[in-house]
Design a protein around this ligand. Structure first.
Ligand code: ZN
Length: 110
């Protein structure tokens, strides 16, 4: 059973029109994605584990990890990442604990 672990979630993606797929030479078929990683406990997201990138061609399914991306795709990825915020639910576990602690503190006064 998975009590704690890491999961990934696609945060944002975009077709990069200017990029030509290095494998099948199709234009407007490369999709760049910003993927967020989070650590979870009992399936509840607790902490953000950073972001990474991936690109996939919709024509030939050729996928490229960030480290191997040609510079044109890498550039598009960094542009996309600039506008991608870490979603608040990545921290829902830690927020819930803080809220519970606050409720406990305040409940003493009522
Ligand atoms: Zn392709």
């Amino acid at each position: 059973m998975f009590i704690a672990g890491k999961k990934t979630s696609e945060l944002k993606s975009k077709i990069v029109k200017e990029v030509i797929c290095p494998k099948c030479s199709s234009a407007s078929s490369t999709k760049v994605s910003v993927i967020g990683t989070y650590k979870h406990l009992f399936q509840i997201p607790f902490l953000s584990g950073g972001k990474h990138g991936k690109s996939v061609c919709s024509k030939c399914s050729h996928s490229i990890e960030l480290a191997e991306m040609p510079s044109a795709i890498k550039l598009a990825y960094y542009e996309l990442k600039e506008t991608t915020k870490t979603p608040i639910w990545f921290y829902i576990g830690i927020i819930s604990i803080k809220v519970l602690v606050l409720i406990k503190i305040f409940s003493k006064y009522f």
